[in-house]
Design a protein around this ligand. Structure first.
Ligand SMILES: Nc1ncnc2c1ncn2[C@@H]1O[C@H](COP(=O)(O)OP(=O)(O)O)[C@@H](O)[C@H]1O
Ligand SMILES: [Mg+2]
Length: 295
């Protein structure tokens, strides 16, 4: 396959040191995301998903490894050289309450990233572009001069999405973008993300801790367990033919769609078997496109 690789993560490690203890949040993760694809990243809370996302946008410097974006090795770039990539790579976070500055109007919330990157210097053009984006995310022009507290959670997430898309990115890290939303609006937001992906030719990393929505949106899925990928496969293949015992455990614990239950820790009873020397197995391809790290 000679499909265009948008994101190429090679042996990424991010270790945190806390009071002399080393926490291996991400410990040797490799995967690729093709242009226009949605790559889902799943795993229990604390498995390192967000840390991978933060390394990709270089919010964190990483301990080891490399991240290539559209052929460029971001690992080596300094702040100034990273600036164009900080436009091309955007993020949507889980919590639409804390990620929007409450004292800014919708116009400025969505306009701010464009100001930072010097897009639309004329106020009227900027406003028209923002109004157009608002409509694309299912809001209205009359919302331009309102403030975050005047919106529901789902609407705020729509504002966050418009904000991320305002600078016309190529790649969006969606870090649990629907987890904090009412179940009734989750599907709407996911469908909208898919429509926007098709319209703007976006590539997504879609992070989630439950699997119910990820199957629907993802082309391929990587399963994370304690800082490592234990299985990577096409979405349907992963669900129909999970090979790693942790993936099987995770799939059998798909939470019921109840917002209160979704906050409870999923009970995935599983310990990754290591070889006698404590070495965790590497991912290997067991059928075309299906990788598993198992003995
Ligand atoms: N800035 C940080 N400093 C120290 N530890 C962190 C930091 N960010 C994340 N961690 C730790 O790294 C591990 C993975 O966290 P995270 O990537 O947020 O997991 P996930 O997104 O899968 O829930 C957790 O044990 C978490 O406590
Ligand atoms: Mg997270």
């Amino acid at each position: 396959m000679n499909e265009h690789i948008m994101v190429d993560v090679r042996n990424l490690k991010k270790h945190f040191t806390k009071g002399g203890e080393v926490l291996k949040a991400v410990d040797g993760v490799s995967f690729q995301i093709r242009k226009g694809e949605t790559f889902g990243l799943v795993g229990e809370s604390g498995s390192g998903k967000s840390t991978v996302g933060r390394c990709l946008i270089r919010l964190y410097d990483y301990t080891e490894g490399e991240v290539f974006f559209d052929g460029q090795n971001l690992s080596k770039l300094r702040d100034k050289q990273l600036k164009p990539f900080r436009r091309r790579i955007q993020t949507i976070f889980q919590d639409p309450y804390s990620s929007l500055n409450p004292s800014m109007s919708v116009l400025d919330l969505i306009g701010e990233p464009m100001d930072i990157h010097g897009i639309y210097k004329k106020a009227d053009e900027r406003k028209e572009f923002v109004a157009g984006l608002l409509e694309k995310v299912g809001l209205k022009r009359e919302h331009l001069y309102r403030y975050p507290h005047e919106f529901s959670g789902g609407q705020r997430q729509r504002i966050s999405i418009a904000r991320a898309l305002s600078v016309r990115p190529d790649f969006v890290v969606c870090d649990e973008p629907i987890s904090a939303l009412d179940v009734s609006v989750q599907a709407q937001v996911v469908n909208m993300l898919e429509d926007l992906q098709a319209e703007f030719g976006l590539t997504y990393l879609f992070i989630a801790h439950d699997l119910s929505m990820v199957r629907h949106i993802s082309d391929r899925i990587g399963v994370m367990y304690r800082g490592r990928l234990v299985e990577v496969a096409e979405s349907d293949e992963l669900y129909d033919n999970p090979l790693h015992p942790y993936t099987k455990a995770l799939l059998s614990s798909i939470p019921i769609p109840d917002p209160r239950a979704a906050n409870e820790k999923m009970a995935v009873k599983y310990e990754v078997p290591t070889a006698g020397d404590g070495v965790v197995p590497e991912l290997r391809e067991v059928s075309p496109g299906h990788f598993v790290a198992d003995h």
